[in-house]
Each structure stands twice: as C-alpha cells, then as structure tokens.
Design a protein. Structure first.
Length: 262
C-alpha cells in the first residue's frame, strides 16, 4: 500500500469515528457536522493528490536513475568493447610491423644480391701492360684464370683457355698479352712454329704494346730453335731498330752474335 492510500484510509477512519460519536439526529441535521465531513473529504482528496504527485516525482526520479544506470552500464560495455578492439588492433599492427620488417630485410637481401650480380656485369678499371683500361669482370677473370694455368706449368690448359678468351673477347685490352702468353705456352711445349704464329700477332696488331718487343724477342728464340738463324738475325735487328730503348733491344744486341752465319 502506497503513502496516498494509507493517508486516505486514515482520514476515512477518522470521519467514520466522528460520525459514530454524534447522535443520529445530529448526523443528518447538523450543518456543521456535514461541513466538517466535507472539509475532511476535501483534505483527503488534496492529500491524495499531493501523495500522487510525490509518487509520480519519485517514479520519475527512479526512472532517471535507472536510465542513468543503464547508460553507465552501456558506457562501461562500450569501453570494454573499445579496449578489446584496441588490443586486437595493436596485435594486428604488431603483426604488420613484423611483416614489414621481414619484407624490408628480404628486399635488402634481394637488392644486395642484385647489386652483386650487376657489379659482376659492370666494367671495371684495370691496369693492363701499364695502362688503365675498362674491362668486364668476367673478361678479367677469364684472363687471370688462363694466366694462372701458364704459371702453374699447365701449358696445354693455358693454350685452350687463351684461345677461348681471344675468341670471346677479340677486342679486349688483354688481347696483346693473351697472344703473347699463347705464344709462350707453345714455346714451352717446344711447338716453335705455333709459337711464332701466335707471337707475330703482337707486333703486327699491337705495335705500341710493351709486349711487342718481348714477342719479337721470343720469335727470334723460336727461330733459333728451328735453326733459322737468318730469320732470327732479322728479327733481332728489327727489335733494335723499332724499339731501341726497350730492355728487349739490349738482349737482342747480346744475342746477335749467336745468329752470325758461317
């Protein structure tokens, strides 16, 4: 039972008691008694209205409180959901960061490997017979390998490698040296005719090469081995005439007497 109902009941009980205490003839004939009852009823009605208004206000306040509680609960739930979403996003960001780092490392490795391959293909500067020249790295490697075979006394291997080199790089800065060492490889195998044939290319095609007078000196040595002293003498004189300031010219002068015809 709410407050308004209780108040109304109290007033009704009071009115009943008042009516019971008065004589019967006074209950129906006394104006003051009727007026008192009417006033009492009016007060009861006013009290009921006041209590009803209070109930409405309390109900409204209760509704607002419940609404506020629901809003707070929803807000808390929203915060929790946002926290979970942020945690998930952080995990995704960390995963993406890891993947990016992995891709960056892979790209660095790829570019490093590509750069190394390109460097193998790019020309490099080398000193060839005292002069700077642009050569391919593969070209340089092939010549160095052939020369290593000669120095290891693998003359047959050197001949094959030098012939392959000259076929592949006919315009190489190493061409004069390649012909020179090819001739010397034949000479080491006592194939003097092949030696002369290979060595002759040097003074004919590469007259200004420092290998030219040396090649002529070795041609003369091959001619002597073939007992062709006349040709050997002519070759030695050519060295003295065309390359007078060379070391080969000094040696040519020393060897001339051995080529004298008897």
């Amino acid at each position: 039972m709410n407050a308004a109902a209780r108040a109304a009941r109290v007033l009704l009980v009071a009115a009943a008691a008042l009516a019971a205490a008065a004589p019967a003839h006074a209950l129906f004939g006394d104006d003051e008694a009727r007026k008192a009852i009417l006033d009492l009823r009016k007060k009861v009605d006013e009290q009921n209205q006041a209590l009803a208004q209070k109930d409405a206000e309390l109900a409204a306040r209760l509704e607002r409180l419940e609404a506020a509680n629901r809003a707070q609960l929803e807000f808390a739930n929203t915060i929790d959901a946002l926290r979970r979403e942020i945690a998930q996003l952080r995990g995704q960001v960390e995963q993406l960061a890891h993947e990016v780092a992995t891709l960056q490392k892979r790209n660095r490795d790829l570019y490093g490997d590509l750069d190394a391959r390109l460097k193998k293909l790019e020309p490099t500067t080398a000193t060839v017979d005292g002069k700077q020249a642009q050569v391919e790295r593969s070209e340089q490697a092939a010549f160095d390998a052939a020369l290593a075979q000669f120095r290891a006394s693998d003359f047959k291997g050197a001949i094959a490698s030098l012939q392959t080199f000259l076929a592949r790089y006919p315009q190489s800065a190493y061409a004069a040296s390649a012909h020179y060492w090819l001739g010397n490889s034949h000479f080491a195998l006592k194939d003097y005719k092949a030696a002369i044939s290979a060595l002759q290319v040097v003074p004919e095609r590469y007259r200004d090469s420092p290998r030219a007078p040396e090649a002529l000196l070795n041609i003369a040595a091959s001619q002597i081995e073939l007992n062709d002293k006349k040709s050997a003498r002519s070759t030695l004189n050519r060295i003295i005439k065309e390359y007078p300031d060379s070391e080969a010219a000094k040696l040519a002068k020393e060897r001339l007497p051995s080529t004298a015809l008897r």
